[in-house]
Design a binder for this molecule. Structure first.
Ligand code: KIV
Ligand code: ZN
Length: 518
């Protein structure tokens, strides 16, 4: 990929992100997030604001010492003491940057700083010069740049570049700007700052109007080369531009932006989950790219379209951002096509008639249950739709139990007109009987669940056993049922019922030998 069209990703999850109310992170957690950011190959990690607390300074130092790859950056006001503490924290880093900021807008000058324009320019220049004498890379941010008079902003930008800043950030500190206005501001900087080719223009947008990502992307269209952002868009107040949205917008729309980042897309969801769990900030389900529902399709029309061609309703492959597969949630809006496709994945090959019946029963179930899971479908098809041919049939069963001794079981099973016998013991009669069945059919299954209930009343009540069995080879899961007044017999019948279904669904049947091992 060409360097000139590369957008640098400056991640400030550990600094501005950590300024989210209630999201404070200790050193161990900061380090864990920094490792993930390095793994996903962000260009710059803003690790903290060291003057704010000794803990933050120590965390920046630790990250500077341990994290290799990205440039490690620390924030400081345009005050010597701040810069000194930040510089000390950055010392162990291989690649480091000091980020110095000073507000430039009229409202900040008048009420917060009580300084004239000329004083602001002077302070900014002095700070950048001071920093440049101590470190090779200095970024300067005119805080509240988007509300600063453009002509004054141009003056500040030119002055700090002359003083040695090689990155100039244009923050929309209060999330006030709009894409049109911000794009024009960035264009204005390129048009009016004579030494602009000596610096990289960076953007840093807050999300107070929900425009942080749109504003950042508008700036990219007009020449910004660095985007400051956070994982999951966490940050001060309504947060910052979300890194995953910036990266994926650039990746998905090269026709619009013609730019790329070096971020490993497949690490995006891992980073999102890590940041969410370590900060305790839950990601809203419909959050773009990383929300639980971001790749889940519920509408029947959408599900049908997706199954015909993925791109009908999907602009990003969930696998590409490390999300796992597209989820079709089966519910009352789902259509026949979605049901058929899911049943097929579960290993069922139903006739048109069986499918019709399954669809009817599925709709009834979906009316009662919001989401229909694979287990529900297995139970529905296995118990209500399919009656598998009896490849294996119980002929006889005898069980001898004696207190303090292992039970002894004799069993005979018919398959294709041949009767197979086996005898053995186990830790209990059901265990012994199931082992003998396995021996006779010579194939591996895993018993996932076993339930027994009485279907009639009285001592001679019929017991109904339901088993959930997984075929070892195909991983298909089936439900088997058996009824008898003898609960061991009911168990064996249920188990054989499940195995017959596996055979019927093609999991174990060898082409011409009838069945495995018999
Ligand atoms: O929002 C902002 O202005 C900031 C600066 C310190 C860059 O976070
Ligand atoms: Zn900010």
């Amino acid at each position: 990929m060409d360097e000139k069209n590369r957008i640098y990703i400056f991640d400030t999850t550990l600094r501005d992100g950590e300024q989210s109310p209630g999201a404070s992170l200790d050193m161990k957690r900061k380090l864990e997030i920094a490792r993930q950011l390095a793994q996903m190959r962000v260009d710059i990690i803003e690790a903290g604001f060291p003057i704010t607390s000794p803990g933050d300074a120590a965390a920046v130092k630790k990250i500077a010492a341990e994290i290799k790859g990205p440039t490690i950056c620390a924030l400081a006001r345009a005050i010597e003491k701040d810069m000194e503490v930040a510089l000390a924290s950055l010392k162990p880093a291989k690649k480091s940057r000091l980020h110095v900021f000073l507000a430039t807008s009229a409202i900040h000058r008048q009420y917060k700083l009580k300084k004239a324009k000329s004083e602001i320019v002077h302070l900014a220049v002095q700070a950048v010069k001071y920093a440049r004498n101590r470190i090779g890379e200095v970024e300067f941010s005119p805080e509240d740049a988007s509300r600063t008079e453009p002509d004054f902003l141009y003056e500040v930008v030119e002055a700090v570049i002359n003083a040695g800043a090689t990155i100039v950030n244009i923050p929309d500190t209060v999330g006030y700007t709009t894409p049109f206005e911000y794009g024009n501001l960035i264009k204005g900087i390129f048009d009016h700052v004579p030494n602009i080719n000596k610096a990289i223009i960076s953007v840093h947008c807050h999300n107070d109007l929900g425009l942080a990502v749109a504003n950042s992307l508008a700036a990219v269209r007009f020449g910004a080369r660095q985007v400051e952002c956070t994982v999951n868009g966490i940050g001060e107040r309504a947060g910052n531009a979300a890194m995953e949205e910036i990266v994926m917008a650039l990746d998905t729309r090269p026709d619009i932006y013609g730019k790329h980042t070096n971020v490993c897309k497949d690490q995006i969801c891992k980073a999102s989950r890590l940041v969410s769990s370590l900060t305790g900030m839950v990601v809203q389900p419909n959050k773009a790219i990383v929300g639980r529902n971001a790749f889940t399709h519920e509408s029947g029309i959408h599900q049908d379209g997706l199954l015909k061609h993925r791109k009908t309703y999907e602009i990003i492959r969930p696998e590409d951002v490390g999300f796992g597969e597209t989820q079709l949630v089966l519910g009352k809006h789902s259509g026949r096509h979605a049901l058929e496709s899911r049943l097929h994945k579960l290993g069922y090959q139903l006739t048109a008639k069986e499918l019709e019946k399954a669809f009817e029963n599925f709709k009834q179930l979906a009316d009662k249950k919001k989401e229909v899971f694979d287990d529900d479908l297995n139970a529905l098809v296995d118990t209500e739709i399919i009656s598998a041919p009896k490849t294996y049939e119980l002929v006889s069963l005898s069980v001898l139990t004696q207190t303090g001794k292992e039970p002894k079981v004799n069993i005979s099973i018919r398959s294709k007109a041949k009767v197979h016998e086996a005898a053995g013991s186990g830790s209990g009669p059901v265990d012994a009987a199931f082992k003998l069945v396995d021996k006779i059919i010579a194939q591996k299954t895993r018993l996932l669940d076993y339930q027994i209930r009485s279907v009639t009343v009285g001592k001679d009540a019929q017991g109904e056993v339901t088993v959930k069995v997984q075929d070892h080879k195909s991983n298909k899961v089936v439900i088997g049922q058996g009824v008898s007044t003898d609960i061991i017999e009911a168990s064996v019948r249920a188990y054989l019922d499940a195995i017959n279904k596996i055979v019927y669904r093609g999991g174990v049947l060898k082409k011409d030998s009838g069945a495995y091992g018999v």
